[in-house]
Ligand binder design. Sequence first.
Ligand SMILES: C[S@@+](CC[C@H](N)C(=O)[O-])C[C@H]1O[C@@H](n2cnc3c(N)ncnc32)[C@H](O)[C@@H]1O
Length: 207
Amino acid sequence: MQHYALKALLGNLIIRAPLHNPSLILDIGCGTGPVTRELGALYPSAHSIYGIDLSPVPPTSTDASLPNVSFICSDARKLIGLDPRLPTGTADFIFNRLLLCGMTDWPGYVRDVFKMLKPGGWVEMQDFEEMFYLRGEKMDGEKKWRWLREFRRGARGKGMDLDCGRNMRGYMLDAGFVDVDARQFVVAVLEGSGYARDGGGLGVGDW
Ligand SMILES: C[S@@+](CC[C@H](N)C(=O)[O-])C[C@H]1O[C@@H](n2cnc3c(N)ncnc32)[C@H](O)[C@@H]1O
């Protein structure tokens, strides 16, 4: 359901990067692989589309129709440039979504992604800023809610960045990326879905 909600948020698109005839695609932290499989269906002429995750990806009935899609169960950072399937400088497109509660070293990770990318290739990182806004104004949620304070404190202690969605642009520029485009999408959780729809976003009430 989360996959379809996020897709709806992006105007029914899974990715927004302008890809043309990609050959090697990576979906890092692919979870159960919904994006990897959709990319397989969208780019049947791609040579290889790898979904990479720390956990094994459960097979589905559509896998046989996606011969160029395969899944690797590993820490992505231990593969890039080290696994024979993933030499540096060879990926046409690298995607990750919702890594915010998994990644503990964003600057290092984004540098690895930069190394993995072919010159002229594209990267798309879709993630959250785990913060609340009221009519566009940032709320002092940490002051208001103990659960948020503790959540953010615990995450910080583990090296996670719960604002990675907002900070991604900076991570990319620091890693050497050029032509970086950051877009924000609103998910309404407190105000109902009307506000989000007015702003072109998504309300949790819609799902
Ligand atoms: C919240 S899930 C998102 C799944 C999927 N991207 C989606 O949007 O449906 C985050 C996933 O990232 C994986 N992950 C976190 N760190 C990783 C790493 N270093 N290498 C590979 N996978 C990782 C986790 O195992 C988890 O399945």
